[in-house]
Design a protein around this ligand. Structure first.
Ligand code: GLN
Length: 483
């Protein structure tokens, strides 16, 4: 099955003219048609234009770029000109909002010859850890259909894991690339805040949002980063720093100092998951790395801090969905207030409304100092924890999640339980550092487990190299779900 190829395998075969891009695209389409009814990972299919694009690439016959002729899926928060983009929210779905422009990331991919197959499921406007808040319903985990694929980029993770596409795009505000990648047994990278552009991607919490990819291998993550990173005049937070040749990976672990933060090996982690993580650390040590016990003392405040800052930014970012400019609108409002109230009550789901209310409350006069300001101060302490740690170590290693994929419905009636799913993935985002997830084993019930590697700001190459070295020495990434 061609759709099971990695980017670099597909590229090799395209270059040698053993396969055509059209065959590759058609293989992904066939796979989506045969398994997606079970998974619900793909929410919009752009198949006709994908086949047309593949024909154009084949006709040109130039496969010098790594991504030329490679089909992918994008999380349904990436704008693509002429394509519906709904954020998996009724607010935009109802009126079938069609984006008039391309996001910088999809534009850059297009310019390298990559081909968009369509859109993947996400929690509504990326708020969640399971895709259960999506207006299209939950995405199922290809390893066990009774479980979630994770979230919010759960559609992208399930799709890549089940070989519906060669790779997929996701976003990560508080773990949304790493956690679903971990739950589905694939690799996912969140880069340094400012490394990739957010232009044209729906905002949730602007000081935390990043774009990134979910892939079958670490090498593929590096290829996508290289193709999409770099300054973008449309996103003022992007850095001028030159884009490194990330895909020139090395697997020499000699002398690499790996920190094991004691706050990430706590009670509550499932023993089988902890064992997989510790085994991974031991393997890297046997390859020449040094393990160093470290502490990130403010970790215990990370979830609480994130769940103040994120809703505050949500409450501001969601203001644009007012029914006037686009999206859901109500009929016969009695006045403007009635119009706003009903539009937003009907258009948004419960989790989005919850965050708007928490954020508005935390920002209001009289509470601002106690919540938002305090959370910003704790954010600085969390960032400082990492700065101090990276004086002593090059990479920090931890679990992505305390357990493997949970059952559908297990947390959906308890928002706090759902927030606690993010226990290991929100501190990094407040520090703005790069971090990734790679498969590192299977749980007692046969579900994938993810290993998290974090680096200092702009340290993408270091964590990619370490993950690559680990991947080269193991077989976990080669295992596929039987679906
Ligand atoms: N689960 C986290 C949240 O709901 C992270 C989501 C994300 O990264 N988009 O905020």
């Amino acid at each position: 099955m061609l759709s099971a190829l990695t980017i670099s395998e597909a590229h090799d075969r395209l270059k040698k003219k053993e396969i055509s891009s059209e065959e590759l695209v058609r293989s992904c389409i066939e796979r989506i048609e045969s398994v997606d009814k079970k998974l619900n990972a793909v929410v919009y299919k752009n198949f006709e234009s994908a086949i047309e694009a593949a024909k154009v690439v084949d006709k040109k016959g130039s496969f010098d770029s790594h991504l030329s002729g490679i089909p992918y899926l994008a999380k349904d928060v990436y704008s693509e000109a002429g394509v519906p983009t709904t954020g998996c929210s009724n607010m935009l779905r109802e009126k079938n909002y069609i984006s008039p422009f391309d996001s910088t990331t999809t534009k850059r991919l297009k310019s390298t010859g990559a081909i968009s197959l369509g859109k993947t499921n996400t929690d509504e406007f990326t708020m969640g850890a399971s895709t259960e808040t999506s207006c299209y319903g939950v995405t199922k985990n290809p390893w066990d259909l009774t479980r979630v694929a994770g979230g919010s980029s759960g559609g992208s993770a399930a799709a890549v894991s089940a070989d519906e596409a060669i790779f997929a795009l996701g976003t990560d505000t508080g773990g949304s690339i790493r956690q679903p990648a971990g739950f589905c047994g694939i690799a996912g990278l969140r880069s340094t805040y400012g490394r990739t552009s957010r232009y044209g991607v729906m905002s949730m919490a602007s000081s935390l949002d990043t774009t990134g990819s979910l892939c079958k291998t670490v090498e593929d993550l590096a290829i996508i980063l290289e193709a999409t990173a770099g300054k973008d005049i449309m996103d003022g937070t992007t850095s001028e720093k030159p884009v490194e040749p990330y895909s020139k990976l090395t697997n020499n672990m000699k002398g690499l100092r790996i920190g094991l933060p004691k706050e990430y090996f706590i009670e509550g982690i499932r023993p089988d998951c902890e064992k997989a993580i510790r085994d991974a650390a031991a393997l890297l040590q046997s390859m020449g790395a040094t393990l160093v016990d470290i502490s990130l003392p403010h970790t215990k405040y990370a979830v609480a801090t994130y769940y103040i800052l994120c809703p505050c930014e949500v409450s501001s970012n969601m203001a644009r969905y007012d029914g006037l400019r686009y999206g859901h609108t109500v009929k016969n409002p009695s006045d403007l207030v009635d119009y706003y109230q009903r539009t937003r009550s009907e258009g948004f789901g419960a989790e989005v409304k919850r965050r708007i209310m928490i954020g508005t409350y935390a920002l209001s006069a009289g509470y601002f100092d106690a919540y938002y300001l305090k959370a910003q101060k704790v954010r600085t302490l969390i960032r400082k924890d990492f700065e101090d740690a990276f004086q002593k170590v090059d990479v920090i290693l931890s679990p992505v999640s305390p357990h493997p994929a949970f059952r559908i419905g297990a947390n959906s009636s308890d928002p706090v339980a759902m927030y606690l799913e993010d226990v290991f993935t929100v501190a990094q985002v407040m520090a703005g550092i790069p971090c990734l997830s790679v498969p590192c084993g299977f749980s007692d019930e046969g579900l994938p487990i993810g290993l998290q590697l974090m680096g200092p700001q702009w340290g993408e190459q270091t964590i990619l190299n370490a993950a690559y070295a680990y991947e080269q020495a193991t077989e976990w990434h080669k295992k596929k779900p039987t679906i």
